[in-house]
Design a protein around this ligand. Structure first.
Ligand code: HEM
Length: 210
């Protein structure tokens, strides 16, 4: 009898980015329906509240990007130390353009930032989940919001602007990097769980704006 050894077939669902997408599909739908975002899509958010959202996001991105910079030599997170991705300066630009001063980051944004700050060195691969949740969110959903924001506050769209020829191509490149990171299967499992946590943080922050 002839036995043929079959090489294991890698299904797309085996890849890290697809696993994160599957794990967060339900919570993504929930987050997307948060009243703040729905009102933003309908153009029904005040300038003050939108500015508070940007201040919260700036605090979160600043925490994430500082942490990424500290881990630039890490074999996984190092791939994402790219200024093209970074959002802190762009958020600062938009906040300045809106002209509302003295807003402080809310409790939920502060909690998220503290959480990122406290990620231990030996768990720094977990940052990959926050990179996925935040930057891919901005490259997809964010692009839909951008047109709306531009109608409401002309030109206040630095946050949604990436210096690339195509956002969807850039997002695909990021997904490809995510799928080929040198990570153990235990680390990948941890990252998939962490992506859910990143969405929970986003959800709580959005709920605080309702
Ligand atoms: C108005 C709000 C939002 C809309 C309309 C929206 C819409 C979308 C759409 C259309 C995609 C592409 C899905 C696909 O290609 O299959 C996407 C992907 C994604 N969104 Fe959202 N989104 C919103 C808010 C958010 C928020 C608040 C987050 C996280 C904080 C988020 C995180 C993501 C992520 C991580 C992806 C990439 C999924 C993947 O390809 O693996 N989105 N979103």
């Amino acid at each position: 009898m002839l036995f043929i050894m079959m090489a294991p077939v890698k299904h797309s669902s085996d890849f890290l980015a697809s696993r994160m997408r599957e794990k967060t599909e339900i919570i993504h739908n929930q987050v997307e329906k948060r009243a703040f975002l729905q009102n933003l899509v309908k153009g029904k958010v005040s300038k003050e509240l939108y500015c508070q959202y940007l201040v919260d996001l700036k605090h979160i991105y600043e925490g994430l990007e500082k942490k990424l910079e500290k881990n630039c030599l890490n074999k996984a997170t190092g791939y994402f130390c790219i200024p093209t991705l970074y959002r802190t300066k762009r958020l600062e630009e938009d906040i300045k353009a809106l002209g509302i001063k003295n807003l402080k980051p809310g409790d939920k944004a502060q909690e998220y930032c503290k959480y990122l700050e406290n990620i231990e060195q030996d768990k720094s691969h977990l940052l990959v989940a926050h990179v996925y949740t935040r930057y891919l969110g901005d490259l997809f959903g964010g692009q839909l919001l951008c047109k709306k924001i531009d109608k409401m506050w002309k030109g206040v769209t630095a946050f949604y602007t990436f210096k690339v020829t195509s956002c969807s191509k850039f997002a695909r490149e990021i997904r490809n990097i995510l799928n080929t990171l040198p990570l153990s299967s235990i680390q990948q499992d941890e990252i998939v769980k962490e992506a859910y946590k990143a969405f929970e943080f986003a959800d709580k922050m959005l709920a605080s704006l309702e």
